[in-house]
Design a protein around this ligand. Structure first.
Ligand SMILES: NC(=O)c1ccc[n+]([C@@H]2O[C@H](COP(=O)([O-])OP(=O)(O)OC[C@H]3O[C@@H](n4cnc5c(N)ncnc54)[C@H](O)[C@@H]3O)[C@@H](O)[C@H]2O)c1
Length: 316
């Protein structure tokens, strides 16, 4: 298949491009290079800000040139804290960019779209494992842009769009140093940076109602996540597929303390750990129910926490 990958020069997008090429697909990337790096990809790329005024017209031209089978839309801003400070920029980039993309797809009759959504759409769920039907409410503008983005795909069914929302849980790891996440925004890269700087990584809160008192998350290897996109594209290529939302996680939770223990083993360094106060807006537990993606797409992750942390350490 021929795939248009927006945000393909980013951390996850470049893993998607690599996995797609390995599976025999060809890719064209659209990216404004705000956080993306062309060194991560080996395919044609158009430098374009999807939220810019003439983006839709440029996309139409690109789509007419290439005759794509499907679009994987990853391009977005992703910093939760920044989204609270600059909500308008998040709505403009994440939703304006998606609107321009949908306008162009409608214009050329391109009707297959996989959308990068997030577990941030669930807000603060108080369940053991969160299913896609959980009536969550996002607690920050970033999560709101993802939930509204999902609605935009659903609305586009009116002109025949077939869409899949992939709600990623905590993405980590890397296929190689070149593709590694350069933004230290999540626990694993933040902890690796601290250890490399000779500092103690911080556990924010050890009094949560969890077995060791630290927060529990569902860590998914970026290479597993990349394959979920290909499974979604294949699904959409089938006849009469319905608009669907899938969690992408492992279904297994790991606490902050367990992640740091895994990092001690991966790095071979018995580093100190600092204990900090709870941070606002951190649910004690956020773990995916992955039964729908297993049942509908036949998709299962292969990497466990040790493999995720080892690959992140090796790529750092
Ligand atoms: N990393 C995670 O843990 C995580 C979790 C859930 C969802 N997501 C989503 O996955 C997607 C990819 O995230 P990532 O971690 O690879 O981040 P990233 O910042 O590495 O990648 C985003 C890419 O999109 C590009 N981009 C941003 N705004 C753009 C615009 N207006 N026009 C064109 N290109 C633009 C950037 O240059 C970059 O290459 C995002 O939609 C993000 O919200 C990420």
């Amino acid at each position: 298949m021929k795939l248009l990958v927006t945000g393909g020069a980013g951390y996850i997008g470049s893993h998607v491009v690599k996995a797609a090429q390995s599976a025999g697909h060809s890719c064209v990337v659209v990216d404004n290079l705000s956080t993306g790096l062309t060194s991560r990809i080996d395919c044609p790329a158009l430098e374009l800000d999807l939220a810019s005024r003439d983006a839709s017209a440029q996309l139409v031209q690109l789509m007419r040139e290439h005759n794509f089978d499907s679009v994987i839309h990853l391009a977005a801003r992703k910093q939760v804290g920044e989204s609270v400070q600059k909500p308008e920029e998040y709505f403009l980039d994440n939703l304006g960019g998606l609107a321009n993309l949908l306008l162009a797809m409608r214009e050329v009759g391109l009707k297959s779209l996989v959308f990068s959504s997030s577990a941030a759409t669930y807000g603060m769920p108080d369940v053991d494992k969160v299913t896609e039907d959980y009536p969550g409410v996002p607690i920050n503008p970033y999560g709101q842009t993802k939930l509204i983005g999902e609605m935009m795909l659903k609305n586009a069914e009116v002109w025949g769009l077939r869409g899949v929302n992939l709600r990623y849980f905590n993405v980590a790891g890397a296929a190689s140093q070149e593709l590694a996440d350069t933004a230290a925004l999540n626990l694993i890269p933040i902890a690796i940076n601290a250890v490399k700087a000779g500092k103690a990584p911080v556990v924010f809160g050890t009094d949560y109602p969890t077995p060791d008192g630290s927060c529990i998350r569902d860590y998914v290897h970026v290479e597993d996540l990349a394959l979920a996109h290909l499974a979604a594209v294949d699904y959409l290529a089938g006849a009469n597929q319905e608009f669907t939302t899938f969690n992408v996680g492992t279904g297994v939770g790991a606490s902050v303390i367990e992640v740091l223990d895994a990092l001690k083993r991966a790095s071979g360094i018995d580093f100190e750990v600092a204990i900090g106060e709870r941070r606002a807006g951190d649910p004690p537990r956020l773990v995916a129910d992955v039964s729908r993606i297993d049942r509908v797409l036949g998709f299962r992750t292969k990497h466990d926490l040790a493999s995720i942390v080892q690959s992140a350490w090796d790529a750092s």
